[in-house]
Design a protein around this ligand. Structure first.
Ligand SMILES: *Cc1c(COP(=O)(O)O)cnc(C)c1O
Length: 374
């Protein structure tokens, strides 16, 4: 087996920077048995709300749960249709099914991989109630287009900000604050990652926030009284603790990600390779995805040289077996297919060295028969 020279990710650099602060806090948390919700989670909710400039953050146990609760909070249920891009992580979509609604898969745009608004418009029907705006790979979806579409058709807008912590949309506002309600994931590998599973739902609406707080905790506003169907979606205390510590570093860690991405983009620009395009707002490079019809060969080539890569995501949602009961849909999804078959994610993580970045660059250039540097 080839030894790994550049892993796809390595979270230990983050740990080293928070360790001294976090370990004694963990002692305190255990001493207080503050395991489920509790003061450390509340502290994180306050800090993250402050960071986003939004009044309400409701911490939950995963991004998938966050999308589910966001849809319930937006009033989505049985018989409703929800527009979802076909090219995204499946966690963007499960909540639609959990809510008993029907996902209507839409195509994405070639440049950014985010929802193609004109394609989504053609799929709107009398039951369409909401749209999920996924800020894929760390760049905002076309929020101007999505918000205009939503106004025109009276749709709720749910943002999936699982890959866009700290990312600004075209108008300068932070993703997660632009729609009716937004879902974040803090899965360890995300730009802001916990020490296990975690997520959050955020909103400006106090009544919605109150309902979300009840829903995540067995639909209890008052103990042992359950007002509706509830869930156990509470965040662990320890995740709140770790997330508060990491949030203080997020913007600096994001700048480091951007530097690595810029280094890639400069050094790969002359290759027959489509690179990430920043067409609106900024980019926080949750993933650095290049595209080529030679994707599988390039991936194997890099693996043989000790460079780990990822596929995000190789099977579009409309081709997933679980979607079969919903039928093929009348319209094709060519750009979603293209992203799924051409996309390759290069290593990018906080702490990745310039030498490692250059090693990846040289290996990619060699694949295309080019010298390491121009
Ligand atoms: C990670 C992710 C999710 C799901 O989050 P989990 O915390 O893993 O449940 C949803 N949508 C997108 C776009 C994601 O990247």
């Amino acid at each position: 087996m080839t030894p790994t020279v550049v892993p796809f990710t390595d979270l230990s650099f983050q740990w080293r920077e928070i360790r001294a602060q976090v370990l004694p806090e963990i002692e305190r948390l255990f001493a207080q048995s503050a395991f489920c919700l509790g003061p450390w989670v509340e502290e994180f909710e306050r800090r993250f709300a402050e960071y986003l400039g939004i009044p309400h953050v409701v911490a939950v146990n995963s991004g998938t749960s966050a999308v589910h609760l966001a849809l319930l909070a937006a009033g989505i249920g049985a018989g409703d249709e929800v527009l979802v891009p076909s090219h995204t992580f499946v966690g963007s979509l499960w909540g639609v099914l959990y809510a008993g609604a029907r996902p209507v898969l839409c195509d994405v745009d070639r440049q950014t991989g985010t929802l193609a608004v004109e394609d989504a418009r053609r799929r709107i029907g009398p039951r369409t109630r909401a749209v999920i705006a996924v800020h894929l790979y760390g760049q905002a979806a076309d929020m101007e287009g999505i918000l205009a579409l939503a106004r025109e058709w009276n749709l709720r807008v749910i943002e999936d900000a699982a890959q866009s912590h700290g990312c600004r949309a075209a108008d300068g506002r932070l993703t997660g604050t632009l729609g009716d309600v937004a879902a974040f994931s803090f899965y360890p590998g995300k730009n802001l990652g916990a020490a296990g599973e975690a997520g959050a739902v955020v909103t400006r609406d106090a009544a919605v926030a109150e309902r979300l707080r009840a829903l995540r905790n067995h639909a209890q506003r008052e103990r042992y009284r359950h007002d509706e169907l509830g869930f156990n979606y509470r965040m662990d205390g320890i995740q709140g603790l770790v997330l508060t510590a990491k949030l203080a570093h997020l913007d600096r860690w994001t700048r480091a990600r951007r530097d690595i991405a810029m280094r890639y983009s400069r050094a790969l620009a002359d290759l027959p390779l489509e690179l990430p395009q920043v067409v609106r707002g900024d980019h926080v490079y949750s993933l650095y995805v290049v595209r080529t019809p030679e994707r599988d060969r390039l991936r194997a080539w890099l693996a043989r040289r000790g460079v780990q890569t990822g596929l995000h995501y190789p099977i579009p949602l409309h081709r997933q077996p679980f979607m079969e009961p919903f039928g093929a849909g009348a319209l094709p999804l060519p750009e979603s297919e293209r992203w799924a078959s051409f996309g390759l994610s290069l290593p990018l993580y906080y702490g990745m060295s310039e030498e490692q970045t250059d090693f990846v660059i040289a290996a990619v250039r060699a694949f295309f028969g080019r010298e390491a540097s121009r």
